[in-house]
Each structure stands twice: as structure tokens, then as C-alpha cells.
Design a binder for this molecule. Sequence first.
Ligand SMILES: Cc1ncc(COP(=O)(O)O)c(C=O)c1O
Length: 386
Amino acid sequence: MDDIIYLNNAATTWPKPGPVMQAVEESLRLPYYEEGRSSVPGQTDYLSLTRDALARFFRAGPPEHFVFTQNATDSLNVAIQGFVKRQDRPIHVVTTDLEHNSVLRPLRTLEAGKKISLTIVPSTDGRVSVDAIRQAVREETGMVVMTHGSNVLGTVQDIGSIGAFLKDRGIFFCVDAAQTAGQIPIDLSTVPVDALAFTGHKALFGLPGIGGLYLADPEQVDPIRQGGTGVNSKYPLQTPEMPMKFEVGTPNHPGIVSLLAGIRFVESVGIGEAARSTMATTRVLIDAIRSQPGILLYTKDPDLPVVLFNIEGMHCNTVSRILGRGYGVITRPGLHCAPLIHQRIPGGEESVRASLSYLNTEEECRKAAEYILEVAGSVDKKIEFA
Ligand SMILES: Cc1ncc(COP(=O)(O)O)c(C=O)c1O
């Protein structure tokens, strides 16, 4: 796969680091450790080790307040629906126009069922200020749900200031950290959030199908799923103990192992260094296509490794297809599941996204930029690409 330049890391990172692949392979050699269900000599309790690693990584605890889920979408559903389920009357919820459908659709479904009323705060230059949130909040506001980092514009939100404001008002704060967990430091010992939804398969370098949810106070959220937990089996309802309150059925064990190895990989690089290096690489691509004829660049100075652009005179689907099939440069075209913010990007209602991970190189970015400019130069020439 040497000929692939993979720039679709905001969707899922590839390749996975060697230690992640090795850890998954090694873990499959023995039956997995089942808390309270079985034990085999020599087994490793990856579930506990990973919860400990998450508590260390995000500087929050106790480890049992970290719940394994399928992905960020699943975590957001568990937090959003579970918080609303706990209320005895409809509440007002505030969100933003930067959100992914993993936030918008659960909220709109609850709104359609008259369980919540919804205010969507518009961003300014990709950011939502604490003042904008303050203006949207009402007496009956029970929850604010917002993304930490935009997967479209690559902007990072000031969740520290917003969290502090909401904490004073006693409003539940649910943060979607799908694009930031593993990419930039998140220190929950200083940032007051009630729920942090994250995913394992993006900048944390785990496998697809593993995610997590941190709940500061699990009492604030009702479980939306019920089933076997391996403990407290005589209790007729979902057991209230953490983390089993929110974890039912057989877990994604290879995914959990990959998450642990991914966290250790990021820690071994140092998250500050990973962020610095990835952004330096991203700037090589941005600088090479910025101000070039035919290129409409929407992310000139992002906080995250996201490069959003179009080529004048060519649909983004065509651009992405040509880059992929003609040059082996993997990007993603379209709305990126965040339809509201796209409506506010002049000319970028649909666009191509190139997104990087720590494992991309400057050389890859130089080549990708060369190919993008070549495609832009071909627009009027009717060149056929295979
Ligand atoms: C901002 C944002 N939120 C949520 C998600 C959903 O993540 P997952 O695929 O892990 O459910 C994504 C991923 O595309 C995202 O970019």
C-alpha cells in the first residue's frame, strides 16, 4: 500500500501504528478476560487496564466512570437520550450549527417526540463563544451539547469557559470530542464537563467499533439499554453499578485492546508533540494549495488537521474520485455529516476534506498538493482519468 496517500483520518485513522496491530494480535491468542464470568491463567484484564489508561489520559476519575461504547455516535446517544430520559418534564437544550449528525439527529428525534425544545446557536468563523451560549440559555435549559472540534472547519471550541459558565448554572454539559480526543490535550481536571463522548478509531488510533463515554456523575443519566452484565444477575432491572449500568452484552474486546495500545502510542509520542507535528504537516499541504488558481480553500488556519477545499468548475465528488483513482490520494467529499455548517460556507456547501494524522508525512503532503493542483489545472482541458 506504499502508493496510497491516506488523507481521510478525520473519518478513521489509517494506518494504525504497529504496536496497536501487535497488541490486538497478541490479545487474540488467549480467551478474553470476563469480569465476574470466567478466568484463564495468564489472561490480562484489558478492560480495567484501558479504563485506568483513559482516567490517566483525560485526567478524570474514577476509572469506572469511563464506559465502553461502539463509537462517538453511540456515546452521544447514551448521554443525550439517557439524560433526557431521567427528566420528569420536557427540557430546553442548546446546541450549535457546527454539530455532526451524531448530535443533531438524537436531538431532533427528541424534539420531534416533544421531549425537548431545541435552540441551535450559530457559530462565528467556526467558533461558538461563551457569550453566544449565555444568550441562548434560558431558565428551563437543562443541557448544552456541543462539539469540541469541528470535523468540517477544524476549529476548536473553548469548552473550558463554556463549561465553567454552565457549571455555575447547573446545566448538564455534554461534549463531543470525536475529533479532539488523541489530537489535542483534554484535561478534565480543569475543564468541567458532565459527559465527554469520544471515539477510539480516530486520533486515538484504535480499531473502528470502539468508543467511550466519560460521565462525571453517572446518577444524572439513565441507561437506555438493558441486558446481561455478568454481575448482580439476580437483580431484575439494569444494575446501577458502574460501569455495568451502561455496558451490556459482550464487549468489543479487540477494540478495547486497540484503544489501550493507541493511548499508549499517543502517550509515547506525547500528545503535545503529536499535535504540533501533525499541524506542521497539515500546514505544508495548506501552504502549497493556498492562493493557487482554481483552488477554493476554506480552512486557512485550522486548529485541527483538516483541510477543506473545492476546485472551481468541478464537483467535489469528481475531485475526490480523481484524486483517489488517478493518484491514490484518499480524501472525502460531501457534507461530512455536518449539514448545518456547510450551508454557511460560501461555495463550500459540499467540499473535499483532506484530513491528516500524526503518521502522515510532509512528503505525502507535498505530493498530494501537486496532484490537487494538477487536477485543478485539468478542469478546462477535459483530461480523462481512469
Ligand atoms: C465531530 C464528530 N462527531 C461525531 C462523529 C462520529 O464519530 P463515530 O464515527 O466514532 O461515531 C464524528 C466522526 O465522523 C465527528 O467528526
